[in-house]
Design a protein around this ligand. Structure first.
Ligand code: FES
Length: 124
């Protein structure tokens, strides 16, 4: 059902956990299943220097969280605004159609983190 790439990111998630010093923190939840993604970004000199996540959710949500933290590294704030859940799914080599909604958490959490960064709050 899942691609090898999805299974790899599910079983060996990259950048899981807190990120001390994060200055852009966003959360997103899926009301239909109750899953939650919290995204931490450390933006330095206008680019993402570090990213991490904490996700309470299904395997697809964990895999999309993991690959999102890899995709955003090095991106400028402007480039982050252009990231979509479709790009996240594509980077994973696809998701089964009935799990595509899980990737929306990634896009929503990224938008939330960008709003946090713009507000200068940095604490989510
Ligand atoms: Fe909830 Fe996947 S089933 S995000």
């Amino acid at each position: 059902m899942y691609s090898a790439h999805v299974m790899d990111h599910f079983q060996n998630p990259r950048n899981a956990g807190d990120l001390p010093g994060a200055n852009a923190v966003g959360s997103a939840g899926n009301p239909s299943c109750g899953d939650v993604l919290r995204l931490y970004l450390k933006i330095e000199n206008g680019r993402v220097a570090q990213a991490s996540f904490k996700t309470f959710g299904c395997g697809a949500a964990i895999a999309t969280s993991s690959i999102l933290t890899e995709m955003v590294k090095g991106k400028t704030v402007e480039e982050l605004r252009a990231v979509t859940n479709a790009q996240v799914v594509e980077a994973l080599g696809g998701l089964p159609p009935f799990k595509a909604h899980c990737s929306v958490l990634a896009e929503d959490a990224l938008r939330s983190a960008l709003a946090d960064y713009s507000s200068g709050n940095g604490a989510g």
